[in-house]
Design a protein around this ligand. Structure first.
Ligand SMILES: Cc1ncc(COP(=O)(O)O)c(C=O)c1O
Length: 385
């Protein structure tokens, strides 16, 4: 048979498949990471007003100035960075488009991209579409820390990029300043460009998030990506952004113009309002999520599952070996029928076999939903037989 797709060998995103399975089986969905309570009402009201007040035509390709300026102020307020809103900030259709446009705009066919494994699944598809070659560095269970020796070993003369993600999906690892200093040292030594996905930047639990771009010598080689969705519980808005030196942001915008050209105009002033005027929301959400993480992790541990202690993000990881299973996919497919709960197997986020026995659960749901899931799991026979 002919191979016609640039995406040959890449399965459809597991999140959609598992969410559909949850709906079909009436399961509690602890798979896909989206909150079940919307973000700030006043932010949503701004978007509604923009729709009815006539902000319904194309925004400039790089985003409305009002949002680019708010993003620049956000980077200044939180991290002491001062990107020029005209040339060093661009608005995208979620971080997903920022990832796509960054890779399509920067990667030459054959370039190697070192990426943390397990990876967010769009990285694999986009590296392949851009003609790049991924070089995974594994964060190993149970603590999922970055091993600088493994990072160094993954870099070859053909490596041009690092694609980083902190706070990290799916492990919840938040890279420490010391770990990021190792990354920075290697990036400078090998003259690498770093694309860093920081969508969970505000969702950390008692540990600080350090943007790589704040480390000495890193601003000029780092393209930082983020979005409104996770920080403000507005995942459906798909308003994201990139900040960094003008040449890197410019390359991203060049690719973006052929993807979406421009992103949701009526949502952009509301996103600016969120960053400027509802800045307290993400910290409250993080405090709330920390309690929900504890609820879920303690509950899973009580069921006999070995579970990690995520420091950020929406997710916890369990080792299902403790229940006699070796294959997360098999476990996740049995779970709706056995317990009426959906979770995500992680092996699709690895090139290696290191995640075969691991399953991801989201805790970005209301406590009552988490309790219902745990009650269902508690009544079910979860052991492999
Ligand atoms: C690590 C990571 N990057 C990017 C995204 C996508 O962000 P957005 O919804 O803003 O496109 C997600 C969403 O789950 C994610 O977990």
């Amino acid at each position: 048979m002919r191979t016609v797709s640039r995406l040959a060998g890449i399965p459809p995103t597991i999140f959609a498949t598992m969410s559909a399975l949850a709906v079909r089986t009436g399961s509690v969905n602890l798979g896909q990471g989206f909150p079940d309570v919307d973000g700030p009402a006043e932010v949503i009201a701004r978007a509604g007003a923009a729709l009815s007040e006539g902000h319904n035509q194309y925004a400039p390709g790089a985003g409305l100035p009002v949002l680019r300026e708010a993003i620049a102020r956000h980077q200044q307020r939180h991290y002491g960075l001062s990107p020029d809103p005209d040339t060093e900030v661009a608005v995208t259709t979620g971080c997903t488009e920022a990832i796509a446009a960054a890779l399509l705009g920067l990667v030459e066919p054959g370039d190697e991209i070192v990426v943390l494994e397990p990876y967010y699944d769009s990285y694999v598809a986009m590296i392949q579409m851009a003609g790049g070659v991924r070089r995974p560095v594994t964060l190993h269970a149970p603590d999922f820390r970055l091993d600088p020796a493994a990072l160094r070993a993954a870099i070859t003369p053909g490596t041009r990029f690092l694609l980083l993600n902190t706070p990290h999906n799916p492990t919840g690892t938040v890279l420490t300043r010391a770990e990021l200093e190792d990354v920075a040292r290697l990036a400078i030594e090998h003259d690498l460009i770093v694309i860093t996905d920081e969508v969970y930047e505000h969702l950390t639990f008692g540990v600080p998030h350090v943007p790589l771009a704040t480390l000495p010598g890193m601003w000029e080689r780092t393209l930082t990506l983020s979005s409104l969705g996770k920080s403000y519980s507005l995942t459906g808005w798909k308003i994201g952004w990139a900040t960094g030196p003008a040449d890197l942001v410019g390359a991203l915008v060049s690719a973006k113009q052929w993807l979406t050209y421009t992103s949701g105009a009526p949502l952009q002033p509301a996103a600016a309002y969120a960053l400027d005027e509802a800045g307290g929301f993400p910290a409250e959400l993080a405090a709330d999520l920390a309690a929900r993480r504890d609820l879920l992790c303690e509950g899973l541990a009580a069921l006999g599952l070995a579970v990690n202690h995520p420091e950020g993000s929406y997710f916890a990881i369990t080792d299902i070996g403790s229940l006699g299973w070796a294959d997360g996919h098999e476990f996740a497919l049995a779970l709706p029928e056995r317990a009426g709960v959906v979770a995500i197997p992680t092996q699709g986020f690895y090139d290696s076999d290191a995640g075969r026995h691991l399953v991801r659960w989201t805790f970005c749901k209301q406590p009552a939903v988490l309790e219902e899931a745990l009650a269902r799991l508690g009544k079910a026979d979860l052991r492999k037989h």
